[in-house]
Design a protein around this ligand. Structure first.
Ligand code: 5AD
Ligand code: SF4
Length: 464
């Protein structure tokens, strides 16, 4: 893993100082609208943008028409997300015409691709600022410029730096994500992430621990440790990811630890043992398989076989009681035949996932797979996706029934008032449970007995 390079403290201090200066420069209330697409990494970047905006005196709103500043934090993983951003940006023109003092920004993975940010900057002249994934800490200075009427575009090559010490406004007050590593070295042939997020950089164990301790002290009960591939985490002092789990497990006040994403090629016995032995680490693992065909896995550059993956699943089931496994699957990768697809379906049936996030292969310019022969037609991709989703839904229904009659602990996440008022939250193993309860339970652990199973969730009753 690359050596960890911190952004100099002086640059972070400059960012925080600029936030203060901006706050002092105006009176009255100001609102910002922050929309983030894609993965948890992006969500967390959005939380830090919101953190800096809060320091500047901006309040979050979910009403675009009320906002003084609108920013889209974009995702480049699939074309669909890109199209949505373009559509949403186009729709802002009317707002800007009505309210010329409105400021608009676009950032994130899609903008890190220079030809895309150039295009956006040209095509949407009402957009005030465009920046990539590498400029988060420069946001206040750029923002200061746009407040003075300048237009700003800044997309630097990925320098592989780590920003420590930026504030964050976290969405949920008891459960949150903590980054353990940035970037990815794997170059799966379909994936844009290594190009827009750069090489793997591990945060220092003491930085991760400090952040987790502060969150626990602030009342957070659940922490998800995130990175593109947490299993390959290696700090300069030699600590691996199981060491990090063990250290976080010792923090008083925390009750649950989750982590994602795990690459099957790097899932070690040590990590499986850590899951089995550490009481706060949840019995859930997100282990993207992508395909059940060895030929396709090899073309994807995934560096494991179907057999190795299934062996890991068996090991996990043997060692970690009640473990739930979730996954990502791509259908219609270039040259995927009906037979390859059947291998994916049979693997899904063999594993019995608690959730499978399924995607049609999306061609990403600049990746190896984008120029492979044998691209699969959209119609065929759709057909395979529908069939796979049907299989996953059937398996899930069968699997959920097995929970009926069992007792488990739910960390209450919220209350759904659409039909009857029901509180909801997850069991340690990821399953969502609905039960009678109100807002007072949010953030608390509740013991429930499962009475019924639905397609995507369970119904329980409290048995305190
Ligand atoms: N097309 C479709 N799905 C993709 N993913 C990543 N790149 C692509 C692509 N080009 C999926 C993978 C990954 C998840 C985050 O997104 O399944 O695990
Ligand atoms: Fe993309 Fe593969 Fe890295 Fe995941 S492991 S971010 S799929 S290149």
């Amino acid at each position: 893993m690359n050596r960890d390079i911190h952004i100099p403290q002086s640059e972070i201090d400059a960012a925080l100082y600029t936030c203060e200066q901006i706050r002092k420069s105006f009176t009255g209330e100001r609102f910002c609208f922050v929309e983030s697409y894609g993965c948890q990494m992006n969500d967390h970047d959005a939380e830090r943008l919101t953190g800096m905006l809060a320091m500047m005196g901006y309040t979050l709103t979910d009403d675009k028409s009320k906002a003084d500043f609108i920013i889209f934090n974009t995702c480049a993983v699939r074309e669909h997300a890109e199209k949505r951003v373009m559509g949403n940006l186009g729709a802002l023109k009317k707002l800007k015409d009505e309210k010329p003092e409105l400021k608009i920004g676009v950032c994130g993975c899609m903008m890190q691709q220079k030809e895309v940010s150039d295009r956006v900057y040209k095509r949407f002249p009402f957009v005030d600022m465009v920046f990539g994934t590498n400029e988060l800490h420069l946001f206040p200075q750029m923002f200061e410029k746009i407040l003075c009427g300048e237009r700003v575009k800044q997309v630097r090559d990925i320098a592989g730096e780590i920003p420590e010490g930026l504030p964050a406004v976290r969405k949920i007050p008891f459960s949150t994500n903590v980054i353990v590593m940035y970037g990815c070295n794997n170059f799966c042939t379909y994936c844009i992430v290594p190009y827009v997020r750069g090489r793997e950089r591990a945060r220092e164990p003491q930085d991760i621990l400090r952040e987790c301790r502060e969150l626990a002290q602030a009342g957070y009960r659940e922490i998800t440790l995130i990175g593109q591939n947490v299993n390959s985490y290696r700090a300069d002092d030699g600590s691996d990811f199981s060491d990090i789990l063990a250290m976080v497990n010792d923090i008083d006040g925390l009750e649950r630890i989750r982590f994602m994403t795990s690459h099957p090629k790097d899932l070690s016995d040590r990590l499986i043992d850590a899951m089995a032995n550490l009481d706060k680490v949840c019995n859930h693992i997100h282990l993207p398989v992508q395909s059940g065909s060895n030929r396709i896995l090899s073309l994807m550059n995934r560096k494991y076989t179907r057999e190795h993956y299934l062996e890991l699943v068996h090991k996990l089931r043997d060692k970690v009681p009640g473990v739930e496994i979730t996954t990502d699957i791509i259908v219609g990768f270039p040259t995927e035949t009906e037979e390859d697809f059947r291998d994916t379906v049979s693997l899904v049936e063999e594993v019995g996932y608690a959730a499978a996030y399924t995607f049609m292969y999306s061609r990403r310019p600049g990746t190896k797979a984008a120029v492979m022969d044998g691209q699969v037609s959209e119609d065929e991709k759709k057909r395979r996706l529908h069939e796979l989703n049907d299989v996953c839904a059937r398996l899930l229904r069968e699997q959920n029934k097995k929970y009926i009659g069992t007792v488990g602990e739910v960390l209450t996440e919220g209350v759904d008032e659409r039909q009857t008022v029901m509180a909801y939250g997850k069991l340690p193993g990821f399953k969502m449970v609905y039960f009678e309860g109100d807002h007072e339970l949010i953030g608390q652990k509740v013991k429930v007995k499962i009475k019924d199973a639905q397609n995507n969730s369970l119904i329980g009753e409290r048995i305190e």
